[in-house]
Design a protein around this ligand. Structure first.
Ligand code: FAD
Length: 265
């Protein structure tokens, strides 16, 4: 087994290495468990690629890859696509220049103190938080995709992605329950950002002290007071969130300006 050297990182920043490693894992590992995509799975994958192509605040070769994948999926008249065909395109067998997704897993802000901890599931949260924030910051980005004018769109695609593809089936079931209960109440792109934040904290709360918790990264209600003092208030001695401040914090934490490229090739 490979011995990994601990990478120093800044908790207040987002690392492109985590987001790209997450995409790599999603496209080349998680999806590979499906021999072919059709029906609701194919629609879900198409929509995931569309929102990512339009909203992922990535490096040019990666965004180009997502755009190429999207155009290819949209133009294909098939209702069943073999996974190998997707993989060929992701691996750029067609040798289209300037298109590239690094093939390696390099967890930075998502590294765990043991290899089975954190990693992909951490990056998937970060990816979808980033997409909800990008949709709120750039409301016109999805124009002419058929996915515009729907404030829940990123959440709905995430819900369907988790349901059809996420390897952790218990997680998918939990997430589906939360979605069923309240996703409908989301009426704006800002509310979508806050919905995902709130539900992620519900999950953190449920998993605090669980076996899956990395002792180096205890599950906390996030952002903590030291990360965002203005997000926390006390009303009559009880803790409460200042949601306007939380929204502002999320919009800055998951913005492209907060992304560091350290540890990317
Ligand atoms: P994560 O919870 O993965 O968080 C990653 C990073 O996101 C944090 O380091 C922090 O920077 C940021 N963050 C933390 N909280 C918030 C927030 N509220 N809003 C915005 N950003 C935040 N595991 C289970 O064992 N059971 C489950 O039922 C389960 N359900 C899951 C459902 C989904 C949809 C996903 C994506 C994962 C689920 N997991 C579940 C995995 C679990 O939530 C963690 O991803 C995993 O335990 C790794 O935790 P972590 O310490 O890296 O932090």
């Amino acid at each position: 087994t490979e011995i990994k050297v601990w990478k120093e990182f800044d908790k207040s920043r987002l690392y492109m290495a985590d987001l790209e490693s997450g995409l790599h894992f999603l496209l080349r590992v998680e999806l590979a468990t499906h021999k072919a995509l059709e029906g609701a799975e194919l629609k879900t994958f198409k929509d995931f690629v569309t929102i990512s192509a339009k909203l992922f605040p990535g490096r040019q070769p990666v965004v180009k890859l997502l755009e190429t994948l999207q155009e290819w999926l949209v133009s294909l008249p098939l209702d069943k696509i073999p996974y190998d065909a997707i993989l060929d395109l992701v691996n750029n067998k067609m040798r289209i220049s300037g298109i590239f997704l690094p093939r390696k897993v390099q967890w930075v802000g998502c590294q765990g103190s043991r290899p089975e901890l954190r990693g992909y599931s951490c990056s998937l949260w970060k990816l979808f938080h980033t997409l909800t924030v990008q949709a709120a910051l750039r409301p016109k980005a999805l124009l002419n995709t058929g996915l515009e004018d729907n404030p829940q769109i990123v959440l709905q695609v995430m819900r369907r992605y988790i349901q059809h593809f996420f390897g952790c089936r218990a997680c998918a079931q939990h997430f589906e329950e939360m979605a069923k209960e309240s996703m409908d109440s989301v009426k704006s792109l800002d509310q979508a950002v806050l919905w995902l934040w709130e539900k992620h904290n519900v999950v953190n709360n449920r998993l605090a002290g669980d076996l899956t918790e990395d002792p180096k990264f205890p599950k906390v209600q996030w952002p903590t007071p030291d990360t965002c003092p203005a997000c926390h208030e006390e009303i009559k001695g009880l803790h409460s969130w200042n949601e306007a401040q939380v929204l502002q914090f999320l919009k800055s934490h998951y913005s492209s300006e907060n992304i560091l490229y350290k540890y990317t090739e």
